[in-house]
Structure formats: structure tokens, C-alpha cells
Write a new protein. Structure first.
Lengths: 264, 221
């Protein structure tokens, strides 16, 4: 046997031993550039405790409405500018003592780094809009409900995500004190009073009577129960929307404050 | 520019903010969960997690609430433009997924979502990006600070998986805000007092307004 053959056999034996040795610690590990990753076996990584779903864009926001409160009294102006014409002075609280609220309709900067928000205002004439400084407003809150009152059919329909979830007959304003038409929102929820005229539950709205401007509190229109269910449906009120007590209690379970209100 | 968290850190009062949010300071700091854990009917998944880890998870959940609410509001406001708007939409979707995952794991032991007043920062591009950078840096630093405290390897694996996502968000927002995405070779964790000061200093966590009154209506009737 030549020396070359002996050397080749020796190299083959050494190589075989090396393969066996490596195979014990990294079975099946590929040779080549990744060989430096070979080492002591590692335990499998623990399974995460959280199951994170796939990210999803916001659901259809057509039926989402945002509202907010006033955190300080402020002046609504005709343009997003501190020097613009005043449209209305807005109090921090409603006549019932809850925070005054607004529904933002748009926003703009004033060129000085301040954000202004356009909102429908709870003032006469109904439907008045104005710009208020964003810093006068609180947290934005979203609702997916919408209450529609039909003055012809004398019905109230509560929609959630655009679908009706409650429909009830209502009493509305007499011809001399008509319930105002337009776009409004629910401002507060009143309970615990002892006045059967309003039933067990009342909602304050941003709608105002154009006729009863000297009414205590400024003539805001409400949605409430009644001690005269026999008058519902009908044109019987001073402008408020009356419901039978069972219906207003059902509404109370389904409708959050901030819900947009359409009276048509 | 480094650590934009400091720009928002105007006053240290996380304790107050945590209380407003209905979170005890102890829970917020990860010390104990006794005051928030509703032991009744906790789902099996959360029962398997130690109290220590639940406290850390709730701490993370508050930060996820903060971020998801911020991006969701920005997306919904439709006031942002171009890449900022696109980032708000995408990152918001991810943060909402994180919230869902935490809530699913914690079940009834999950802290309730606080109310947030972002004070206009969701309604124009530059304040949005500046705040987003701060939030993402905050989340990255917070996860890093809490990870060594976790006892469950499964929870740790989850935290690490989310931590790297938050780091990507931080880099993305820094890029959009024209600040260096990667400044140093070693990131420090934020201490608990640091997180306290930053979150409270923003005054973004607010009490939910009470819109119900026990008073006689002053309505037209």
C-alpha cells in the first residue's frame, strides 16, 4: 500500500469520526456556512401565551358618531380664529347640571398651531354651527346608535349600526308648540326625580323649542315617559317627545348619551 | 433628537391618572393585583398566569389602550394626511389587535379601558407624529422594563413578540417625524417612575364624564 493510499484512508477515517461526532450534537445540520451555528442543543422556544388576531382596519364607520363635552365655558365663533365673530357663548353645564356636550362636524387649524372644531350648537335657531377651540373640549367618545323621530308617523326608531333595534309610538308637540325638526343629539339622562309627568326616565337633547324660549332652562326639548299613556301617540306636548313608560325604559337600556337624534 | 418621551413629560402624576382610570397605583406599578382582580369567573387562561404576571399584563394593557385609542381616534378624525394617515390606520389596526389579545387572555381580570382626551394631537399631522413617536418609545421602553419581571416563559415570549412590533412602530414614526430611528447601540428600559411621569404628564387619561343626573328635568314637557 502506497503512502498516498494510507494517507487517504487515514483522512477518511478522521472525517467519518468527525461526522459521527457532529451528528450526535446536531443531527441533520447542514454543512457549510451555517456550521458555526452548530452547538449544544437548545430547548424549543415556549409557545406565546397571547393569541394576537390579525390587524383589521376600522369597521364601517358610517354609523359611528363622535361626541365630546365642554371642559370650560367658551365662545363659538364664525371661523376657526380667536378674533372671528362670536356666534354663541357656551356654558360648561346643561340646565340639569351635567356637562354640556357637542358633536364635532369638522376641524381646522388656525395657523398658530391650534386646532378648532366645528360643531352644531345647542342654541337657537336650531342647526346653528360654530367653531370652538379644541382645548375647550374633552375626550371624544364614539357611539353606534342613532335615534330617528318621525313627526308624521309619530314614531321613534333607534338604530344600532344602521339597523333598527327599537321602534315605539311617541307623542310630539302640539301645532302651537311644534317639536323642532333637524339634527341634534342626546345630552344627558335624568332619573330619580319624583315627577310622574316625566315618567321614570328622561333624556335631555340639544334641540330647543323656538316658541317656548322663556321656559325654565331655556326651552330644551326632551324625550321622556308620561303619566298619560293614553295620549300616545298624538300631538300633545309642549315640544318634548313623550313615550310610554315601558318604551322609554327600553330606550334607556339601549341608547347611550351622545346618540345623534334626527327629528324629521 | 433623543427620547421624545421627555417632551410630553410635563408633570409627574401617574398616580392621579391611574386613579382617574380606576387603576390602583399598586397595580399600575405591577406590585399587586388585589384591588383589581375580580377573582370570580376568571377564564382558565388567566387563572394559569401568576398574579405577578397578570399585574404586568394589565400594565401593558393600559399602554395598549392608550395607543389603540390614540390611533383609532386619529384614523376616525380623518384629519391627517398622506403617510401620517396611512401609518395611523395601519398601526391602529395592530394596536387594536394587541388590546384584543390582552383582553382575551386576562378575561375579567383585564383593567377597563380608561377615557382619553388627546387634546387635538390626533387632529393634525405634526402633533400626531410627535405624540406617536413618544408613545411608541414609551411602549418599547416599558416592555423592556417589565420583561425581566415576568415569571411565565409563555407570557415572556408574547411580550417579546409585541416588543419588537412596538420597536418597528417606533422606527416608523421616527422616520415620518424626521428623527433618527436608531440612535444608540443599547436601549435602556424606562423605569417605573419614568413611565409614571410620562403618562401622567400628558394628562391624556381623564375621568369619564357623568352624563346622568338625579334631577327633575327642565325640559319643555
Amino acid at each position: 500500500m502506497s503512502r498516498r493510499i494510507v494517507a487517504a484512508l487515514g483522512a477518511a477515517v478522521v472525517a467519518a469520526c468527525a461526522v459521527v461526532a457532529i451528528g450526535k450534537v446536531a443531527v441533520g445540520a447542514p454543512a457549510g456556512p451555517t456550521s458555526s451555528l452548530r452547538g449544544a442543543p437548545l430547548p424549543r422556544a415556549p409557545r406565546p401565551a397571547l393569541s394576537v388576531p390579525s390587524p383589521r382596519d376600522l369597521a364601517d364607520s358610517r354609523h359611528v358618531s363622535v361626541w365630546t363635552i365642554l371642559v370650560r365655558p367658551t365662545t363659538a365663533r364664525a371661523r376657526p380664529d380667536a378674533d372671528a365673530r362670536p356666534v354663541a357663548r357656551l356654558a360648561r353645564r346643561t340646565p340639569e347640571g351635567t356637562p354640556n356636550s357637542l358633536v364635532p362636524l369638522g376641524r381646522a387649524g388656525d395657523g398658530h398651531g391650534h386646532v378648532w372644531v366645528r360643531a352644531r350648537l345647542p342654541v337657537l335657531p336650531n342647526g346653528t354651527t360654530g367653531w370652538v377651540p379644541r382645548r375647550a373640549l374633552g375626550a371624544y367618545q364614539a357611539v353606534r346608535t342613532h335615534l330617528v323621530v318621525d313627526l308624521e308617523r309619530l314614531t321613534a326608531t333607534l338604530l344600532r349600526d344602521g339597523r333598527p333595534v327599537l321602534r315605539a309610538k311617541v307623542g310630539v308637540g302640539q301645532p302651537r308648540w311644534p317639536t323642532p325638526r333637524g339634527e341634534f343629539h342626546i345630552r344627558n339622562r335624568l332619573t330619580g326625580y319624583r315627577d310622574p309627568f316625566y315618567g321614570p326616565l328622561a333624556f335631555g337633547t340639544s334641540a330647543r323649542s323656538a316658541k317656548l324660549t322663556d321656559w325654565p332652562g331655556g326651552g330644551f326639548v326632551g324625550i321622556h315617559g308620561t303619566d298619560r299613556p293614553d295620549l300616545v301617540p298624538g300631538r300633545v306636548s309642549h315640544g318634548c317627545i313623550r313615550m310610554r313608560n315601558d318604551d322609554v325604559l327600553r330606550l334607556g337600556r339601549l341608547m347611550p348619551v351622545g346618540t345623534p337624534l334626527t327629528i324629521r | 433628537m433623543e427620547l421624545l418621551l421627555d417632551d410630553l413629560d410635563t408633570r409627574g402624576a401617574l398616580r392621579e391618572a391611574a386613579e382617574k382610570a380606576g387603576i390602583s397605583r399598586a397595580v399600575f406599578l405591577g406590585g399587586t393585583i388585589a384591588s383589581v382582580v375580580a377573582a370570580l369567573s376568571a377564564p382558565a387562561a388567566a387563572e394559569a398566569v401568576s398574579r405577578n404576571d397578570i399585574a404586568v399584563l394589565n400594565f401593558a394593557l393600559v399602554l395598549e389602550y392608550l395607543q389603540s385609542s390614540f390611533y383609532t381616534e386619529a384614523d376616525r378624525s380623518a384629519a391627517l394626511h398622506g403617510k401620517a394617515a396611512a401609518a395611523a390606520r395601519r398601526v391602529g389596526a395592530v394596536e387594536r389587535a394587541h388590546v384584543k389579545a390582552f383582553e382575551a387572555l386576562l378575561g375579567r381580570q383585564a383593567i377597563k379601558r380608561p377615557a382619553f382626551n388627546f387634546a387635538g394631537t390626533t387632529e393634525s399631522d405634526r402633533p400626531f407624529l410627535k405624540t406617536a413617536v413618544a408613545f411608541e418609545d414609551l411602549a418599547v421602553a416599558a416592555y423592556k422594563g417589565q420583561a425581566p419581571r415576568l415569571r411565565s416563559k409563555q407570557v415572556l415570549a408574547s411580550a417579546l413578540a409585541i416588543h419588537s412590533v412596538e420597536a418597528r412602530h417606533a422606527a416608523w414614526m421616527r422616520y415620518l417625524f424626521h428623527v433618527q430611528p436608531a440612535v444608540s447601540a443599547f436601549d435602556d428600559a424606562a423605569s417605573k417612575p419614568k413611565i409614571e411621569r410620562v403618562v401622567a404628564g400628558t394628562h391624556f387619561i381623564v375621568a369619564r364624564p357623568r352624563m346622568e343626573a338625579r334631577r327633575r328635568p327642565r325640559l319643555t314637557g
